[in-house]
Design a protein around this ligand. Structure first.
Ligand code: NI
Length: 215
């Protein structure tokens, strides 16, 4: 039963991401799952594969585990162990392998329709009010300064430079988050991104105004 497989996947993800401190916690996986399934229905994608991949997409994430293979391997082994068809387990693992953002000038890996739906949902959770909260949580975890007007914004052209970035959290908006609206894969994703993007722009404007003493 697909519902039972989803339930078992929820359980393992909840356990693995329970106290995750960087904004990639269980509730992130849960929100991304809901949005991804909504997008999948709009796009007539395979909602079962999308839901499994959404739940598992940040387990053993390479940003935190340091291994690009750990996440996809865990997903395919776990899904096979609970009886998900090999083809679906492989598809989920491939989506997870190819979907993360690796820098503004790094060419993205090709994704299936299901992967494109999930990537949009993950990006939507990185912008807007929740995106702002998660960005500062992640910056704090990485011990990055909130803002330093003397640190320039960088368009990263390699995965290594993006991951090694010692930039500030405010720069992260310019280096990644404000670029995401233009990178949405689906029509529906783009529509949802619009309001969240505007909200971030307003936040940055207010931040700059307060910083400069104009407000
Ligand atoms: Ni994510």
């Amino acid at each position: 039963m697909p519902e039972e497989l989803i339930r078992q996947t929820e359980q393992v993800v909840r356990e693995k991401l329970r106290n995750e401190p960087t904004g990639h916690d269980w509730w992130h996986a849960d929100r991304v799952r809901s949005t991804a399934v909504r997008i999948a229905r709009e796009e007539s994608a395979d909602a079962f594969v999308v839901e499994l991949a959404a739940l598992l997409h940040d387990v053993e994430d390479y940003k935190l585990s340091g291994s690009e293979e750990a996440g996809p391997r865990f997903a395919s082994e776990f899904l096979t162990s609970i009886g998900v068809a090999g083809e679906d387990a492989d598809h989920v693992a491939e989506i997870i392998r190819n979907m993360s953002f690796k820098g503004a000038r790094v060419a993205p890996a090709p994704l299936s329709l299901e992967g494109r739906c999930l990537q949009d949902a993950d990006r939507l959770d990185a912008i807007g009010a929740i995106g702002i909260a998660r960005t500062f949580a992640y910056g704090g975890y990485k011990q990055r300064p909130i803002h330093d007007p003397e640190v320039p914004v960088v368009a990263h052209d390699s995965v290594a430079s993006y991951l090694a970035s010692q930039g500030t959290t405010i720069n992260h908006f310019h280096e990644k988050l404000l670029l995401l609206r233009e990178r949405m894969n689906t029509e529906f994703g783009r529509k949802l991104a619009e309001a969240r993007h505007r909200y971030m722009e307003e936040f940055l404007e207010e931040f700059a105004g307060e910083w400069s003493g104009e407000r």
